[in-house]
Design a protein around this ligand. Structure first.
Ligand code: NAD
Ligand code: TYD
Length: 355
């Protein structure tokens, strides 16, 4: 790995915290990580408690900051002599974007713009520098029963979330074409794994099963998503940092399509096995509810480019990844309680917001 001082944005969130854990434990990386996070409802500093204890003040530094704050980000670039940015920070939940799009426009578009400007102005030489932007397959819109998203597929975002991510992607590419900023981009399918805030389908279903609450399934439950284990996504990002070509976009996917209803049934079965209940015990909780407006029908990624050019492929089977994830949630009820009750918020307010 050529980069020494990596600025990770949104490192207290789900994918970012798993990324920091993965890269700091890799023997190929001996640099430092600076985690810039605003600690929204989705960002949890406790996600990196082990990392803070082991690497804190030596190879890991946390900066409580908003990526839209130009002066603060500029100062961080200078203070740590940043040579690479891995940009995860975003508002990331589609349903929230439908009920309140403003924060999505602010963070996902203006926040990305602020980071790009800081990188452009701080890096007067672009050798051995990199701005890697994390995006989603949702920018490509919705597929019919056949076909896949390619890096060349047109952008047809349907939700305020995907439109804001699409907008950020365009800005990142514009900075490459206009200013030669050394960028790479990746568009990934739906992630799952430990530390995901329980509002997305998999952790929400697990949590509701544990509490024997209704399991909401939107519409007819036949929408399809391609699921990838979070470490497979993060290994792909590390490979792009090492071998990616400047200006290029890489699609990342799990090659693992599931209808939502089939997935919810599967989670019910795995948890029933874990808790010693009858195979169908939790399925009675499944509740079909009104569909999400603008609900994309199917996502499916073709990731031949990253396989061929970079030599990455997903390694964790869905069976294994899902079982591990469910076990993690069952064994980490304290984490769930802390982040879903007022306690975590109080702790953040005390330790960070009043500084
Ligand atoms: P997340 O919601 O779990 O975490 C987002 C993090 O960003 C949080 O720690 C939050 O505090 C931080 N953040 C939000 N606004 C900020 C701001 N203004 N300044 C600084 N920090 C801020 O999200 P995630 O699921 O980990 O997703 C990370 C990235 O990956 C996002 O860019 C998302 O679009 C992309 N992505 C996610 C998925 C998925 O399935 N979750 C799939 C493809 C791409
Ligand atoms: P989600 O996890 O919100 O990810 P995204 O919308 O980014 O793909 O949703 C995954 C799929 O599950 C999507 O088709 C919407 C559906 N869904 C439900 O059916 N019920 C739920 O409670 C949630 C949160 C999602």
């Amino acid at each position: 790995m050529d980069f020494k001082n990596i600025l990770v944005t949104g490192g207290a969130g789900f994918i970012g915290s798993n990324f920091i854990r993965l890269i700091l434990h890799q023997k190929e990386f001996n640099g430092i990580i600076i985690n810039v996070d605003k600690l929204t409802y989705a960002g949890n500093i406790l996600n990196l408690k082990d990392i803070e204890e082991f690497f804190g003040g030596k190879r890991y530094f946390f900066e409580y900051a908003d990526i839209c704050d130009y002066e603060k980000i500029k100062e961080i670039f200078k203070k740590y002599q940043i040579d690479a940015v891995v940009h995860f920070a975003a508002e990331s939940h589609v349903d929230r974007s439908i009920y309140g799009p403003k924060d999505f426009i602010q963070t996902n578009i203006l926040g990305t713009f602020t980071l790009l400007e800081c990188a452009r102005l701080y890096w007067n030489k672009t050798e051995n520098k990199r701005f890697h932007h994390i995006s989603t397959d949702e920018v490509y819109g919705s597929l019919g029963p056949k076909g896949y998203f390619y890096e060349t597929s047109p952008y047809i975002p349907a939700s305020p979330y995907s439109a804001s991510k699409a907008s950020a992607d365009h800005l990142v590419r514009a900075y490459y074409y206009t200013y030669n900023l050394p960028v790479t981009l990746s568009n990934c399918s739906n992630n799952y794994g430990p530390y995901q805030f329980p509002e997305k389908l998999i952790p929400l279903t697990i949590l509701n099963i544990i509490e024997e609450k209704p399991l909401p399934v939107y519409g007819d439950g036949k929408n399809i998503r391609d699921w990838i284990y979070v470490d497979d996504h993060n290994r792909a990002i590390i490979s792009i940092l090492e071998k990616g070509k400047i200006g290029q976009t890489y699609n990342i996917g799990g090659e693992n399509e599931w209808k939502n209803i089939r997935l919810v049934n599967k989670i019910c079965e795995i948890i029933a096995k874990e808790t010693g209940k009858d195979k169908d015990y939790y399925k009675k909780l499944i509740t079909f509810i009104k569909d999400r407006p603008g609900h994309d029908r199917r996502y499916a990624i073709n990731c031949d480019k990253i396989k061929k050019d970079i030599g990455w492929e997903p390694l964790i089977s869905f069976e294994e990844g899902l079982k591990q994830t469910i076990k993690w949630y069952l064994n980490n009820m304290d984490w769930i309680k802390t982040i879903t009750t007022g306690k975590y918020k109080e702790w953040i307010d005390k330790n960070y917001r009043r500084r």
